[in-house]
Write a protein of this length. Structure first.
Length: 325
């Protein structure tokens, strides 16, 4: 009897089905890649329904696995770009999606580096959007939606990079580790508040839709998960930032050295730009006073608006010092 006669990839990808499939194919689950497969069929349907897909939507799915979610997305969306780094899982993904002509499968890591999405993936999606017929789009309709059971080990850099990317992403429906959602939703003044909190608040409105117990995945993870919806609005704050790269530098410097006071963190940032004048500390004290921030404050206390004000002042100061040199 042929393997295809025993296991049908067209049916639900349940725990028992995946166990037999992986044993037959000699596939070992790679914990380091965050391979936990969503096996609750009702939750898969919930995710697709929440994404509110139409034929005008292009979907990006990261960590497509065996294609159980991909197949449902392809039934509703205009086109799906499904990314899977594991070669053996990718071969199964190809079989699962073989009857769909509106799916592009990509066997790559979504990240080129910690701070960059693979450029060929961005280019492929951009080319598709530029050549597709979107004349029927009305104002407010989506162009790109990210819908993904995001591998936990890359969730933070992927979220930040996608929010900063040139792709016209309107919505992201993501399954994330609860620790990640807690950091996304963290408020200023709390220990979990950091770079991820700042960047998501800068570019998106976030809502936790559903909390997930470990048992809805196989293998069962040691942590709880949650489904979140991010409604992307890149102009909410970003238009007020004079130099976005300087803003990134300020935020990373502050939160990479959380134990330092703001004045000491900013002193280190200036030194990295070659600014080591004896009066630099006093200049920074003046800037902090002008923005209304106490010099002994720490970054975790600052709201987004204050971070923008501070980064604008620091950006102007760095430019001025470079000119004087």
């Amino acid at each position: 009897m042929l393997f295809e006669d025993i296991i049908s990839l067209n049916g639900p990808h349940t725990k028992s089905m995946l166990k037999v499939l992986f044993e037959e194919r000699g596939i070992r689950i790679k914990k380091q890649w965050g391979q936990n497969f969503l096996i609750d069929q009702n939750l898969l349907q919930f995710i697709v329904k929440t994404a509110d897909l139409s034929r005008n939507d292009v979907v990006l799915e990261i960590g497509a696995g065996t294609g159980s979610l991909t197949r449902l997305l392809a039934q509703k969306a205009g086109h799906v770009f499904a990314v899977e780094v594991d070669r053996k899982l990718f071969e199964i993904l190809e079989e699962t999606l073989k009857d769909f002509n509106n799916v592009t499968l990509i066997n790559r890591d979504i990240l080129k580096s910690k701070h960059h999405i693979q450029p060929e993936i961005v280019e492929a999606m951009s080319d598709h959007i530029s050549t597709a017929d979107f004349h029927s789009l009305s104002a407010g309709d989506s162009c790109i939606k990210v819908v993904s059971n995001l591998p936990y080990y890359i969730s933070t850099p992927v979220i930040i990079d996608l929010l900063q990317e040139v792709l016209p992403i309107k919505t992201m429906i993501l399954m994330l580790q609860r620790d990640t959602t807690d950091r996304i939703m963290a408020r200023p003044g709390t220990k979990r508040y950091g770079v991820l909190s700042v960047m998501t608040r800068l570019f998106a409105e976030v809502k936790v839709l559903k909390k997930l117990p470990p048992q809805v995945f196989w293998p069962v993870p040691l942590v709880e998960s949650a489904i979140v919806k991010m409604t992307v609005n890149r102009h909410r704050y970003a238009d007020r930032i004079r130099d976005y790269r300087d803003f990134q530098d300020v935020v990373r410097t502050i939160y990479d050295s959380r134990r330092k006071t703001l004045s000491n963190s900013l002193l280190s940032l200036c030194a990295s730009h070659g600014i080591k004048k004896s009066e630099t500390r006093q200049d920074l004290m003046t800037i902090l006073a002008r923005v209304g921030i106490m010099p002994e404050s720490r970054g975790e206390e600052l709201e987004t608006e204050k971070l923008i004000e501070l980064s604008n002042e620091i950006s102007d100061y760095i430019i001025l010092q470079r000119k004087s040199v």
